[in-house]
Write a protein that binds this ligand. Sequence first.
Ligand SMILES: [Zn+2]
Ligand SMILES: [Zn+2]
Ligand SMILES: [Zn+2]
Length: 341
Amino acid sequence: MKRYYCQCGQETFFNNTYCNICNAPLGFDPAKQALLSLYQTDQQEEPIWLSFDLQGNQYRFCQHREHEIQCNWLIDAQSDQVQCLSCRLTRTIPMLDKPENIRRWALMESSKRRMIYGLLDMGLSVTPYTTDPDKGLTFDFLEDQRSNAAIEQEYVYSGHAQGVITMNVAEADSSYREATREAMNESFRSLLGHFRHEIGHYYWQRLVHESTYYEQFHQLFGDERTDYRLALDSYYANGPVDNWQEHFISAYATMHPLEDWAETWAHYMLMRETIETAFNLQILPTLTPYSNFDTWMDEWMQLVVVLNALNRSIGNADAYPFIISNTVRTKLKFIHQLVNG
Ligand SMILES: [Zn+2]
Ligand SMILES: [Zn+2]
Ligand SMILES: [Zn+2]
């Protein structure tokens, strides 16, 4: 994540809507990946906002700004959209007659915006389903009977199919997430990680399937045409293979080649944003060019030693409970080259 500053000099943060020193409205321009401090033009029918930083740029606020969602993303003033790029991706939301669903939805949107920031930073285009019904992307945020007895569906699992990402809104509850993490014997589970995992399935279709990378994908991750249902049943009956750490980033990645891909992709996004954040906070003195994967990776391994040591001193569990084997490193390199190539 980059560091942002208000026109008054105060440091501001990705989700902020106002500067807490000078009270200037803040808005995020996804096209420029910049958090801008704004001022209003002379009163018009609909307010138009100008940026102190980017002279000449004109914006409107996302419809969800003055809403519990508190979305701070901007829309180009000339656009006829009423919602920002991120909000437009959401197709279904849970029933808002329960206050906890408003809170859950707001958390989902906040994690989604951060995930999209990562995609844009990787130079990937993000196209809503409403713009391109064949190749676009959309999200359904759903409840199931476990959190709402009035819902028809007994279980809603996170997943992706043909550009539609389904997420169970209960994942926004830390108690649910922690219970699921323990039940599934996972070392790590986060809402942002869920978004990064599911978007990995989507970009597999966009970037790997029917591309020249498909063959190499098979060599590294295996043949994704093997029966998914069978693999799923076997995984939940028998657990991960022994010594899975030698070949996979997580136990869940052992389930099926497509899950291995999504888990590795999510991990790559985690690394990429964390390295950028460390550089911008001057914890890393330089940002190694993406052409130099091995140095980039070595720096990452040094950074996570610091990250875990700081967390242990605080009394927290390790922030980074992963082992990167040589095989996993090769898979990460494949994604790195795919994204940067
Ligand atoms: Zn300010
Ligand atoms: Zn929005
Ligand atoms: Zn998956």
